[in-house]
Design a binder for this molecule. Structure first.
Ligand SMILES: Nc1ncnc2c1ncn2[C@@H]1O[C@H](COP(=O)(O)OP(=O)(O)OP(=O)(O)O)[C@@H](O)[C@H]1O
Length: 254
């Protein structure tokens, strides 16, 4: 087991955002975290990344309390890709991917780090834009670069906050194929998103958050119209397509 969360509670000042969250994640699992706006998905990722400290409960990584890791040790285990808008700074693509090696190198990147960054860039087909400034890329290209940086980091646990937000169909597929590849190599990915059909298609497991609680946690196949209705207050139709579910929103329930 890579991650174990025990009865986690978190509040921003007085606003309780995460309530009694317990979950376990195994190596090689792709978990999507879904739930309405404001249900606590990003906050949960930030707690796992130790960016926010829980008020109660604990988080264990590889059997050890999160608090026992130094920042550098943590960066070898967790790669966190925040929501797109938070990502903007001015480096070129190669330098950005190389940043993923920071946890593994001393004060400057060595030859091996550069080799690894170059390999990731070539494996992801990013050579043509390797020396372009990040700020001059499209949203989709930028998302790919941040996933490339996470891949160069060689961390075991990937936390991705809405990696397919605002992306066209092709980029959505590319991003999920990249995540799938990492998971096939034994990594664990926890991905937040709003597109339930995409979540159903790509995940091994879907965790639904409602007002800071885990409402349900199960296989993608266990997603049902009744659960979606309870969590989102929306009536939906579910269609089966090659064993995966397509979710069609029908009407808002009062
Ligand atoms: N820095 C902050 N300070 C105070 N409250 C915050 C802060 N960040 C988030 N919140 C509040 O915590 C709650 C959960 O926010 P969070 O961003 O975790 O939700 P989310 O499920 O990721 O939402 P979305 O789908 O819209 O990204 C919301 O009510 C939000 O207003």
């Amino acid at each position: 087991m890579i991650l174990k969360i025990n009865s986690l509670n978190f509040a921003y000042k007085k606003e309780k955002v995460l309530k009694n969250i317990s979950l376990e994640a195994q190596r090689g699992e792709l978990i999507t975290l879904i739930g309405p706006n404001g249900s606590g998905k990003s906050t949960l990722l930030k707690c796992i990344n130790n960016y926010l400290k829980a008020d109660q409960g604990s988080i264990e990584l590889i059997g050890k309390d999160l608090e026992a890791f130094s920042m550098k040790e943590l960066a070898k285990i967790i790669a966190y890709v925040p929501q797109a808008a938070e990502n903007i700074f001015n480096c070129n693509v190669f330098e950005t991917v190389l940043m993923g090696r920071k946890a593994h190198s001393s004060w400057k990147a060595n030859h091996q780090d550069k080799e690894i960054a170059a390999k990731v860039i070539s494996k992801m087909g990013l050579e043509k834009i390797a020396f372009k400034q990040i700020n001059n890329l499209s949203g989709g290209q930028r998302q790919k670069i941040f996933i490339a940086r996470a891949a160069a980091q060689a961390a075991e646990l990937l936390l991705l906050d809405e990696p397919t937000n605002n992306l066209d169909l092709r980029h959505q597929l590319e991003i999920f194929n990249l995540i799938k590849k990492e998971v096939a190599n034994g990594k664990t990915a926890i991905v937040t998103m709003h597109d339930l059909s995409l979540a159903s298609r790509f995940s091994d497991r879907i965790i639904m958050l409602k007002e800071g609680y885990i409402f349900s946690d199960g296989s993608a196949a266990s997603l049902s119209a009744a659960k979606i209705n309870s969590v989102y207050g929306v009536e939906v139709s579910l269609k089966d397509h090659k064993g995966k579910k397509i979710i069609i929103p029908e009407k808002i329930c009062v």
